[in-house]
Ligand binder design. Structure first.
Ligand code: MG
Length: 253
């Protein structure tokens, strides 16, 4: 099933995407009914597909990205976690704002997990029962600030630094999906989620030992090699097989 959030005539809805986008009544994270009357894609504006209370991300989860981001090839023993605020989330076709004082602004294509229901202390084998689905995330990073600061909060948390979407898709094989990024149509990252160091199940279980997860919370699983800088005027795309393309535009604040 493919879930979306969208605006139609100024009202926001959750919906199911098939040939058309059909609004749902009820709770997308629980019981819901699908309206038989849908809209054409050009009649709606897609929103971020969920409204997370928090976004937890894993740094250094693809071996090739570990190699490009540090001089050593030391693989983390446990997932390296950081967070972005809910206010950093933007949807498909929205603008990533290039802040004043940032000298290098990078894209990072990532597979993100959307949590289905409140949960804590999950075993890896129970994780799939607690996932609504998967979506694309761009972990936009002010690289010069990340290098300057001891920790990553400032570099990762500006408004618009968490593009998310376009849809949440369930029942895809996230242990073997193509993941790519494009800058102005040129392929920059091209990998497969089978190259992750820690699996989706391991990461979600690990995070759930620390904090209670709520419906719509997002956990992002790291980026492969090939990250690079964006400039104002650029178009950046994250593509994941069987989910789709998340496209955003970069502009000066
Ligand atoms: Mg990242």
């Amino acid at each position: 099933m493919k879930f979306a959030r969208f605006l139609h005539n100024g009202k926001s809805f959750y919906g199911i995407v098939d040939q058309r986008i059909c609004p749902v009544t009820g709770d997308i994270f629980g019981e819901f009914q699908i309206s038989p009357e849908g809209f054409k894609s050009e009649e709606v504006k897609l929103l971020p597909p969920c409204q997370p209370s928090k976004i937890i991300l894993v740094g250094l989860n693809y071996l090739d990205h570990v190699k490009e981001s540090q001089s050593s090839n030391v693989v983390p023993e446990e997932p390296v976690l950081f967070m972005k605020p809910s206010t950093s989330v933007i949807g498909p076709d929205e603008t990533i704002f290039y802040p004043e004082g940032v000298e290098r602004l990078d894209f990072e294509a990532e597979l993100a997990v959307v949590i289905k229901g409140r949960c804590k202390n999950l075993t890896p084998s129970s994780v799939p029962d607690h996932i609504l689905g998967f979506t694309c995330l761009n972990d936009v990073t002010a690289r010069n600030l990340q290098k300057k600061d001891v920790q990553w909060t400032r570099a990762k948390s500006f408004d618009s630094f968490c593009p998310l979407g376009p849809f949440i898709v369930d029942k895809i094989d996230v242990s073997n999906s193509k993941i790519q990024s494009y800058l102005n149509g040129k392929l920059c990252q091209s990998s497969n989620t089978n190259r992750m160091i820690f699996s989706v199940e391991k990461i979600v279980s690990f995070v759930s030992q620390i904090m209670t997860l709520l419906p719509g919370d997002v956990i992002s699983t790291g980026t492969p090699a090939g990250v690079g800088p964006m400039q104002p005027g650029d178009t950046v795309e994250v593509f994941i097989e069987n989910i789709g393309t998340l496209r955003n535009y970069v502009k000066k604040v």
